[in-house]
Structure formats: C-alpha cells, structure tokens
Design a protein around this ligand. Sequence first.
Ligand code: SAH
Ligand code: SF4
Length: 429
Amino acid sequence: MNFSDSEIVTSILSQEGYEYTRDLALADIIFINTCSIRENAEERVRKRLEYFKSLKRKKPGLIIGLLGCMADRIQTALVEEEQLLDLVAGPDAYRHLPLLLGQVGTGRKAIDTILSVDETYAGITPVRFDSNGISAFISIMRGCGNYCSYCVVPYTRGHERSRDAGSILNETSDLFTKGYREVTLIGQNVNSYRWTSPEGNMDFACLLEKVAAVHPMIRVRFATSHPKDISDPLLHTIASHDNICKAIHLPVQSGSDHILERMNRKYTREQYMERIMAIRRIIPGCAISTDIIAGFCDETEEDHRQTLSLMEWVRYDFAFMFKYSERPRTLAAETLKDNIPEKVKERRLREIIELQQKLSYENNNQDLGKTFSVLIEGESKRSKSQYFGRNSQNKVVVFPKTDASPGAYITVKIVRFTSATLIGEVVKS
Ligand code: SAH
Ligand code: SF4
C-alpha cells in the first residue's frame, strides 16, 4: 500500500517539474512515507528523521517531509518541539504537496492531515520505481470500513472508497503497452469494490474480469480479500480465466471464535473453513495464504491451539505472522486489555512461525515434479546464470537462464525446493 502511495506522490511531483532520485546526497527534498499498522514502525521513523536532521546541518535548505498514516499522530511534536520536520502530509493530501512545499520556510505551517471521503487518486498515473518493468501494483480502493478492533487503518486512512473503474482499466492498458505483464489490484478489502456509473454498477468480480480482458498475456493478482466477503461468483470468475492468478490471500487472524469475535472480524471459524472448502472446490490447485496475529487481548492457550489447528487444517502456502501490538484510537485499545505478557506473545508467535515453515516446506514438496507456467521477472539475486519468476500460485521459481527475456512466460518443471523457493528446469521456451 505504501509503496504504491510513494509512486503516486512521485507522479504528482513530477508533473510539477520535480525529479525523483534515490540518492540522498543529491536530494533537495526527502520524504519519509510511514505506516502505523504495527508499533515498532514509529521508533524507526524517529531514528531515520534524526539522521535526516544531521544531513540538514550539512545542507541548509534541505526539506524533510513526513507522508502517510503516521502523519496525523506525529505531526505536532516533530514539527514544533523537535523541529525534525518541515512538512507533513496525510494519505489523502498528496495532491496538495506542491502547495505545501511552497509554504515551507514562509512561516505558515506546511501540514495537511485531513482525510477525505472521496480521494482515490484516479487520473494520476503512478511513476513506477524500483520496478522490474514486469509487475506493478494498481491501487483500486483506499481506506477501510471494517473496523477490526485491533486495526488502525480506518482511522489513519479514512473510509473505504473505490476508484473509478475506467481509470483502473486505462492504467492496466498503459502498463501492458509499456511491457508490463502482471498487475496486482490492491485495497484493504477488494471484495467490497463497487463502482457506479451511467453504464451500470461494477463489483469486484466484474472489475477483475475486465482487467483480465485487457490482454490474455497480462496476469492479474489481487489482495486483500476479507473472508466475510469472498463470494462464489468471484471464485468462479477466478477459475474461468487463465490469466487471473490462482492465489488467494485470505487473512484469518485467529482460529478461535472467542478471539474472532473480540477482533470484530464478522466471521466464525466454521464460516472461514466453509470459504476455504469453496476455494478448493471451485479453483483446484489454488494457493491460499493468510495473516495471523498472536497474543490478542484475552487469548488463552486453547485459543492459540485453535489457531495452530486451523493452520494445519488449511495447510497455508504462506503466511504473514505478527505479534499483537495495541494501536491508539482502536476499539481494542479503548475497550479491551492488552493482557497477554510479551513473553507469551513471543512464544505463541514462534510456534505459529515454526508450524508455517513446516507447512510451506510440505506444500512445496507437493510441487516436486509438477510443471508450471512461470512469468520471468529477472535475474536471480543469487546467481547470474539463473532467472527467477513466479507461477500462478505466486510461488517464486528459480531456473537456469534461457534465450527468453524477462516478461516472457516459460514452462518450468520443479526438480528441487526449499521452504521459500521452487527450483526448476526449463521444459520449453
Ligand atoms: N486489510 C487487510 C490487512 C491489513 S493490515 C485485512 O483485513 O486482512 C495487514 C495485517 O497486519 C493484518 O491482516 C493483521 O494481521 C496485521 N495487523 C493489523 N493491526 C495489527 C496490530 N494492531 N497488531 C498486530 N498485527 C496487526
Ligand atoms: Fe484493518 Fe480490518 Fe480494514 Fe483489514 S479489514 S484494514 S484489518 S480494519
């Protein structure tokens, strides 16, 4: 999400004549784009800002700005008391950046953290940086309206809103023309995408179908799906298009009903399992990944065991796993006690990670001997004589280089594996 926002910011400023550099020594303006979903991020940002301040001593006139989710919380102290920042812009204020930059040094505060109900940055074509030129993220929604009790997103990024479908399709076509072969549609809960226009209403399944129709050679991925909203019609749309990837990220957070209710996730363990069965039935061979939080308020050993047993049952291909950290303003911070000792949280998280490593390894073992169509993304980081790419299931595949170039599809047979990577040989170019 943040990566995509940085690309939008770069685009807005390029239109005003600013040039992007990743070389700190060359920069006249440094922006730090922040996320406050988990706790340790704030400490890291403060340290980074202190370092930037030391650069400013050597280069007076250097402008330092803070963007993103942390803007609202952090602004007053850092601008006024510690003077670490010249400018602060929240996630809905990026169109005002040229104006804010003009205010720096004039005595007027260059701060805008107002959240909008309709800003989606439609019409701004992000400048792709750090890109392999093959795969790109397209932001289709902003904000979130789910209010999971642990989560700060609805407060820092505002209400859920969908972006104009026409602008998403134009961006996809434009990327395809530039040589990109994979787009990932991103939003906090893409299943609740809705766009109303004089031509009719569009839901997520319909959008996905239209993006896939831009060209059969462009792969489409999406994240994140909320378990309460992932419907059978959407699963059928995924199943019936070769270029919609067979990988679903379906964050479960906990395997215990007692905790799911406290988290305000709006589904039960049984309903989640029913959705997994629907995925397995409608899209055979689909990879399933998840997010899990260890040590949420009041989590008992039994609740934790239920998370482990659900993981075993689903046999996730991949998971992002976190220790619960209380975030200010959330429902959990205001109504529940963060009462699981740090050591217990750490041990439970460790058990979850160890189990997932075992599951990833066993799942990759199942892929041994199978052939996959792999989109070549570039040279492997470990060896110049190898390429890496991904299969439809979003697994990284490494294989010996051929004449084919990045951006081409290649058929690869899996001959070895680790818990993180499949290693293959080329069947045909
Ligand atoms: N919208 C997505 C994910 C958003 S945040 C969804 O609903 O699934 C990404 C992940 O960060 C979440 O899925 C959750 O696992 C984790 N997360 C969010 N808030 C957290 C908190 N306070 N402590 C620990 N992990 C958290
Ligand atoms: Fe946060 Fe829940 Fe929204 Fe995801 S769905 S962003 S976890 S409030």
